[in-house]
Design a protein around this ligand. Structure first.
Ligand SMILES: Nc1nc2c(ncn2[C@@H]2O[C@H](COP(=O)(O)OP(=O)(O)OP(=O)(O)O)[C@@H](O)[C@H]2O)c(=O)[nH]1
Ligand SMILES: [Mg+2]
Length: 358
């Protein structure tokens, strides 16, 4: 999974990147360039499962984070440097300036609502440009096409006309409903407002203790389909992330800053992508992402195509149930290790043991 950190200039993208990527591979770089970090999503459930089964290897879900240079600097279009990473990104982490600092100027004032609107506006404008250009081209190809070949073009035209209407009505595409075929048709255009988004409010140090209240307020305003909201003080989190855990916890207590928001932010990137996590427990204990609604057969395919092909059945138990019972053997004894078939819809937190023949 690829997540692009985006937002207006000086909103704190690089600081957010530093907070999320602290201690992970490839997280260093210099200020104005694109940084890429591979983040293993911290997962308490995975750690507990690994301890339970005495795993030799523990593998977390990984996401690649891109800290992009300012996107719309030259007005309208994303800068060339960021275009490729943006196109590749599965979701956008939209950082919004909420902190006050006179030495870091910001469009005259700090106004998160205005900034969200401005940035969304840029995304919509960007997408509208793509759709207009494509419609112009299609118009020519459809008109010159032979009757039998015309249909596909016309279908695309209809879809893009609908998309244009959304964009002109200021509606981000990620909030709209499309069929799987339509999603497929739209996938290659690089439409930015179609990507799931986590809006991350970068708040003042002094507000860190109020993060969840602020989050609630903005969630009410901006929460929507494939759009999530979180709040944290990026600078504080970037600093705490550099400290030994006990010291960081001590500071948190003093600041009344609650639990580290990092886990939640990374978890929300998964939620917004519509992903659940399932586990396999053994010598290698591993967390796997799967599209919500995915079946046991699809889960098998995630692990290995051979396992998907030779799928016989899955033994399933919820992670917390397994911990409570102490072992798969114990669960089996009590008849709590369920047997499920190919079509079983995997639940977030399921531990799967898939039986297959080769
Ligand atoms: N007080 C405070 N300052 C912050 C916070 N987050 C970022 N800053 C400061 O704001 C300035 C800009 O932060 P960056 O993370 O570089 O912002 P950016 O969006 O990457 O900036 P550009 O890439 O230059 O557009 C730096 O001086 C940061 O230390 C915060 O939560 N609180
Ligand atoms: Mg930066």
């Amino acid at each position: 999974m690829d997540i692009a950190i985006v937002g207006l200039p000086l909103c704190g993208r690089t600081t957010v990147f530093a907070a999320l990527a602290a201690g992970h591979a490839g997280s260093k770089g210099d200020a104005r360039q694109e940084h890429i970090g591979v983040i293993k999503i911290p997962d308490e459930r995975l750690e507990k499962l690994a301890a339970l089964v005495g795993a030799k290897k523990v593998t977390a879900v990984e996401v690649r984070l891109y800290d992009l240079p300012p996107m719309f600097e030259r007005g309208g279009a994303p800068t060339v440097e960021s275009a490729e990473s943006l196109a590749r990104a599965d979701a956008l982490l939209h950082v919004v300036r909420g902190f006050h600092r006179d030495d870091v100027p910001h469009q005259g004032s700090v106004d998160p609502n205005r900034d969200i609107e401005v940035f969304e506006g840029e995304l919509l404008l960007h997408d509208l440009g793509i759709v207009e250009r494509r419609l112009e081209k299609l118009d020519i190809t459809v008109r010159s096409a032979r009757p039998g070949e015309r249909e596909a073009g016309e279908r695309e035209q209809l879809l893009l006309l609908r998309v244009r209407q959304y964009l002109e009505s200021n509606l981000p595409l990620r909030n709209q409903v499309f069929t799987p075929d339509e999603i497929k048709a739209l996938a290659n255009y690089g439409l930015l407002s179609l990507k799931p988004m986590l809006i991350l409010l970068n708040i003042d140090e002094a507000e860190a203790a109020n993060a969840s209240a602020i989050e609630g307020e903005y969630l009410g305003r901006y929460g929507a389909a494939r759009t999530a909201v979180a709040a944290m003080c990026a600078r504080l989190e970037a600093e705490l992330a550099e400290l030994p855990p006990e010291e960081a916890a001590e500071f948190r207590r003093e600041l009344k800053a609650g639990e580290s928001p990092i886990w939640r932010v990374l978890r929300l990137t998964q939620d917004v992508l519509g992903l659940v996590t399932f586990y396999t427990a053994g010598d290698e204990t591993r967390a796997w992402p799967l599209s919500a609604g995915g079946t046991a057969l699809q889960a098998a395919g995630r692990i290995h195509t051979d396992i998907e092909r030779g799928f016989i059945r899955a033994e399933v138990i919820a992670w917390d149930k397994l911990l409570e019972l102490g072992s798969e053997a114990e669960a089996k004894k009590h008849g709590l290790l369920r047997t499920e078939g190919k079509q079983y819809v995997v639940q977030d937190g399921d531990v799967l043991h898939i039986l297959f023949h080769v």
